[in-house]
Design a protein around this ligand. Structure first.
Ligand code: SF4
Ligand code: ZN
Length: 388
């Protein structure tokens, strides 16, 4: 707010030209611009490795490469309400820069030879020609195929046409595509997430991916904005069941608050709180037997899908969290479950704050409070109540 006017970009005494300037202004604010221009476009944003499992269940190490790109074309015109990827993007990244980032990433670790998987993330869609030059798409597909590494890329749904997949599979016949579906519900996609595509578009994309024998990874968002904790639990379980048969892997992302996003503004105005870790435990318990009918764990012949939850910023106030004293144990149990798929990883978890969580869920389900009844979980409860 400047001079009493809500304007975050340009001069404060001028009206914003478009609503976009109000909603997306953080991407254009001085701190964001300064950050964007502080990095070298020839260096990748982040490169790290994690333990993973190959499509056939063999344990391996996965190299994750996060490239600095022009970002997501949906963000250019609108953008999802929680997406903070703009922080890693810049308009002037060239194809040459991308090739340099890729080469530096592959050379980063001496033991790259032993890594069986490479995940390439572009803060958008690798197979989108407006975002990533065709020659670079081809380079990633070809290199991974020739090196014998399982490749995972991220994409929105509209790029996954038959023509595009036909082209891509001629270069690399077997890779995985992770789609940020967020919710299997058109109303939530439109009004809570502002996703810019519908469930029909996801249905079509996975049909095409299946036709070309590509692996499908589905990201679902746990507790999108404008939703209570109680509603999130009910919807979250339903969406997992809706997509399980058509997804090789479901990754549930508990909301974490990234700087400069719509959800950040809601969070700072006390109109949104990230999910409880207890809700994630409950969610796993609710759907576990839909995913693993005989509790035989990840990789078993009768598994419907694989359910993974890695709470980003778990235990922190901007990520999924509990009271502060039990967070570490609960996050660790959820992480263990994501690896093994064994429901007994969650046995024995308890804390006094579980009662508070339970009461919140009951209230959310019983009362007409669209934004939920949740209060701060950290600090002195009495002081929070007294504060205006
Ligand atoms: S589609 Fe993905 S990258 Fe694009 S704005 Fe939405 S969350 Fe961000
Ligand atoms: Zn606790």
């Amino acid at each position: 707010m400047a001079n009493g006017k809500l304007t975050m970009v340009g001069e404060s005494d001028k009206r914003p030209a478009r609503i976009h300037h109000l909603v997306k202004a953080p991407a254009n604010t001085p701190w964001a611009q300064e950050r964007k221009h502080s990095w070298d476009a020839k260096d990748p944003a982040t490169v790290y490795y994690t333990p993973e499992t190959l499509a056939d269940g063999t344990p391996t190490t996965a190299l994750t490469v996060i490239l600095r790109t022009k970002g997501c074309h949906w963000w250019w015109s609108s953008g999802c309400t929680f997406c903070g990827y703009f922080n890693d993007t810049r308009d002037d990244v060239t194809s040459e820069d991308l090739h340099s980032q890729w080469e530096k990433s592959l050379a980063r670790f001496d033991d790259f030879e032993s890594m069986g998987m490479v995940k390439v993330y572009t803060s958008g869609s690798l197979l989108e020609d407006r975002e990533i030059p065709l020659d670079f798409q081809e380079r990633v597909l070809r290199d991974c195929h020739e090196m014998g590494k399982e490749l995972v890329v991220e994409s929105r749904t509209e790029q996954l046409s038959k023509e595009k997949l036909e082209w891509a599979t001629k270069i690399n016949p077997k890779f995985s595509v992770a789609i940020g579906l967020e919710a299997y519900d058109d109303e939530v996609l439109r009004f809570h997430v502002n996703k810019g595509f519908s469930i029909k578009s996801w249905d079509k994309a996975v049909e095409n991916l299946a036709k070309f024998g590509l692996r499908i990874k589905t990201y679902l968002m746990f507790k999108p904005p404008f939703m209570s904790e109680g509603d999130a639990l009910v919807h979250g379980a339903k969406w997992i069941r809706d997509v399980a048969e058509r997804s090789d892997e479901i990754s549930v992302n508990p909301m974490n608050i990234q700087r400069g996003t719509v959800i950040d503004r809601l969070f700072r105005a006390n109109e949104y709180r990230p999910p409880w870790l207890w809700s994630l435990v409950q969610l796993i318990q609710d759907v576990h037997y839909d995913i693993h009918p005989t509790n035989s764990g990840n990789g078993a012949a009768d598994q419907i899908s694989r359910l993974i939850i890695h709470p980003t910023a778990g235990g922190k106030v901007r990520g999924a969290h509990n009271c502060g004293s039990c967070d570490g144990d609960v996050v660790a149990a959820i992480e263990r479950y994501s690896v093994s798929g064994d429901i007994h990883e969650l046995d024995g978890l308890d804390c006094d704050c579980k009662k508070v969580w339970q009461r919140e869920i009951e209230l959310d389900k019983a009362m007409p409070i669209p934004l939920g009844s949740g209060k701060n979980r950290r600090g002195n409860a009495l002081l929070h109540l007294r504060s205006p």
